[in-house]
Write a protein that binds this ligand. Sequence first.
Ligand code: GLN
Length: 384
Amino acid sequence: MIPTPETKLPKVETTIFTVMSALAAEHNAVNLGQGFPDFDVPKRLVDAAARAMADGLNQYSPMPGLQSLREAIADKTECCYGYRPDPNTEITVCSGGSEAIFNAIHGVVKAGDEVIVLDPCYDCYEPAIDLAGATAVHVSLDPRTFAPDWNAIKAAITPKTRMLMINSPHNPSGAMLNRDDIDALIELLDGTDIYLLSDEVYEHIVFDGAQHESVLRYPQLRERAFVISSFGKTYHCTGWKVGYAVAPPAMTKELRKVHQYNTFCTFTPAQVAFAEMIREEPEHYEELGAFYQARRDAFREQLKQTKFEPLPVPGGYFQLVDYSKVSDLDDMEFCRWLTVEKGVTAIPLSPFYANPPKGQRLIRLCFAKSDATLDAAIERLKAL
Ligand code: GLN
């Protein structure tokens, strides 16, 4: 008899995004749950990928990514954040931001280490930490503004702390780190040997003239940081699964050791296409904030017709709403009810927490959707 495996990830179940998308499909609900854009991928990008395939560029790329793409990323990074990472030693193209995060954690985090994560946090962080034999130490963000409490983070640091993970613009809340946060972070990490992992996959989706405070702008932070980006969010192609990590050479070396035996390399035709797209159409990412700001504003206007109370959205493509005036159910039950009985799918916040705040009545709605989809959702939400 083959024994049933003893699970290595006892806390893990099917992700809330998959669960809610399946429930949405089953009940024919309007799906504002799982975060994926339903806009067309830019034509140049699709054409370039198709051309690459037709031209026979279908074999392995170099392990760290196509040279042309790494050069394009280096130039774009310099243009956006005033720092040009070395394409040969500091940039690694991965099969999505999640792969880059996994590689970074496994590259430097050892069994017995601690990694500080800020709740609510994205669901792929903790399993990667657990598989490394390390412990995730959860520190809560402010339950209303989702700002970090730097004193609480400082208090969580121990001699075992190997890494701190941050995320701005933040999923699920859309909150962004500001310059004061960066100063506090610099002071906090100064003199320590703690690595920083900065998840910046929503870097171009920022609103109201705010500046995205990439860690790459700050020498005191980037010397210890893995900075993670995602083409899926920027170019409306989450299913292509292409992202990258920027880190100093010694850290990149360790990240690449994991990448090399994890996926080895990333889908070549997409890399050819992104290299062309970044160079030839920079206006796509330059205008992405304005594109999403218009959608955010229109969606918030529509929400005024409902009893849901929207929280501010400084960045990203998620709108948190407080549903206290609609229901007293907890967020998991409420999201189930909303899908099954009312035909609208949202994401509850509690799965993003080790210890969800008591009585929190917040759900996440994705507004990276066509007008027709948002209109249909509002029609149903209005009736509540
Ligand atoms: N990043 C997406 C979200 O936050 C989910 C991706 C996934 O389903 N794994 O909704």
